[in-house]
Design a protein. Structure first.
Length: 517
């Protein structure tokens, strides 16, 4: 009798009446926990790029191992993020979100004490599994906790706070690394523990449990196939220039491509597929995702390898290099709203195409700087990174609009999840492929010189002046190749967007009498 009364009371509660599971007085706890959890994922990747030279020096990691320290996380995150989002629908958002955070911080602690690169790579993969559940859960639980009329403001606060943490994380991390030395890279992973525990406490102690919304399967078979396919592709691309791994690269790439085709066939056969492949028949949706892949491929490659060049190659401090991430986050936070309104008015085609071209110009500028050996950080590299941030700020919001408006309302969640996964797969492949390109160019210039560290590896003290000069020149040439290729991919992204995404040809439409009214 009492349970029936509780159910009746629950269905008439203010929270239920507004279509949410969370009373108004407890929604702030949802927002704070989501912001903290998002900070875990956003800060982790950007600070790790700054810390990679220190990590390599401390653990003796090769370039291929450095690639996998990044890619083990990216692989499981990109392959499982759609299944992770579905887990919230199947088991309840609060339960899935807490599970993802707990797994993420447990793996982070293991990363913090990893004694060698192999163990660090293994726990980075587990960390990515936690992130695959945690990342989609942070936004989804806000949407489910707040009624529609308050949802936009809550998501705006979440986005602004996430951008702030993403911007400040590398800056603060750089100062810490510069101040305390190479071994302090472990603190990057350890800091996840207090942030994660606070988030879990708020969710369990201050937020009521939500009910699962649907019982569809998680398509774990598709997730496993995607992980194997992308893992083999990444391994093959990474092994191209890894010592002793070159002969395995072609079979791995061929096997990865074959598994990718098998994954597509498997998804077409599934009743509840992880990816609705039918959406790719829509020209605008397919075009927007292809543009996303090339753009985020380019972005990820530069953000991973540029800090290596600056810290290990140019011997800049981590404190300085941490600032290269600041313009990207700050400009996206400041301009996403106005650019979104601009995109709504004229359509997303021109903002995406022109923004991608601005990013292409920035990366071409980086290629020219390094080609001519111009090592001016504050007057050369930093302004070009700010230009890149301006271009990305012009793209991010319209790209989401293009993806979401190209499909029916019932498919917007799936469309958003696919686009998120595509951007992360682009980053995964970029780190693998561009690392091999950089290593190949570097090795060709260095030749048979002994005692010279690999690309992105900090040099030992006492390196002869002529060898050090050769190392710096080879590092510049290696990054020039990466920046030049990625600039061309940004141009390709711009062209794809221009010919597939809907929108007016001119950014300044002629004003009609109706628009004046």
């Amino acid at each position: 009798m009492s349970s029936a009364n509780e159910t009746t009371a629950d269905s008439h509660s203010p929270a239920r009446a507004n279509g949410t599971f969370c009373p108004q007085t407890q929604r702030t706890f949802v927002l704070v926990s989501a912001i903290l959890a998002s900070a875990l994922g956003f800060i982790d990747g950007s600070i790790l790029a700054i810390a990679m030279p220190a990590l390599r020096a401390d653990l003796g990691a090769s370039l291929a191992e450095a690639q996998w320290i990044s890619n083990a996380y990216a692989l499981t995150l990109s392959a499982l993020i759609l299944a992770g989002g579905a887990a919230g629908d199947r088991f309840g958002l609060r339960r899935a979100f807490v599970t993802g955070i707990a797994l993420f911080i447990a793996a982070s602690l293991a990363c913090a004490v990893a004694p060698d690169p192999a163990i660090l790579i293994a726990f980075r993969a587990i960390q990515g599994i936690g992130a695959a559940i945690m990342v989609p859960g942070s936004l989804a639980i806000i949407a489910k906790a707040y009624p529609k009329k308050e949802r936009g403001r809550a998501i705006g606060i979440w986005a602004a706070a996430s951008a702030l943490t993403t911007a400040l994380g590398p800056v603060l991390g750089g100062f810490v690394l510069t101040t305390f030395g190479n071994g302090v890279w472990r603190a990057i992973f350890a800091i996840n523990l207090p942030l994660g525990l606070i988030s879990i406490y708020l969710l369990l102690a201050k937020v009521p449990a939500d009910k699962p919304t649907e019982k569809r399967s998680l398509d774990l078979g598709g997730a496993a196939l995607a992980t194997l396919a992308f893992g083999l592709l990444a391994y093959g691309l990474t092994a191209m220039n890894a010592e002793g791994g070159g002969m395995l690269s072609t079979p791995a790439i061929v096997a990865g491509v074959a598994l990718l085709f098998f994954f597509i066939a498997y998804e077409r056969w599934q009743r509840d597929p992880m990816i609705d492949l039918g959406l790719f028949r829509i020209r605008a949706f397919a075009g927007a995702n292809l543009a996303t892949f090339f753009l985020y491929f380019a972005l990820s490659a530069n953000l991973f390898y540029l800090p290596m060049l600056l810290i290990a190659g140019w011997r800049l401090s981590e404190a300085e290099v941490g600032f290269i991430f600041l313009p990207l986050s700050a400009l996206i936070a400041l301009l996403s709203g106005p650019v979104g309104q601009w995109s709504d008015r004229i359509g997303p085609r021109f903002p995406i195409a022109s923004g991608s071209m601005v990013v292409a110009i920035a990366f071409a500028g980086l290629a020219l700087l390094t080609h001519f050996g111009i090592h001016n950080f504050w007057t050369g590299t930093f302004p070009l990174m700010a230009l890149m941030g301006l271009g990305m700020a012009q793209v991010v919001s319209p790209l989401s609009t293009a993806v979401m408006t190209s499909v029916e309302d019932k498919d917007t969640g799936a469309a958003s999840g696919i686009n998120n996964a595509v951007s992360r797969v682009g980053g995964l492949i970029a780190v693998a492929a561009m690392g091999s390109l950089a290593a190949w160019v570097y090795a060709r210039i260095i030749g048979n010189a002994s005692g010279v560290p690999g690309f992105g590896e900090p040099p030992a003290s006492g390196l002869a002046a002529n060898l050090d000069a050769a190392r710096v020149a080879a590092s510049d040439s290696a990054f020039t190749a990466v920046a030049a290729v990625t600039a061309l991919l940004c141009v390709l992204s711009s062209l794809i967007a221009w010919f597939t995404v809907p929108g007016q040809a001119s950014p300044w439409p002629r004003q009609t009498d109706e628009s004046r009214d």
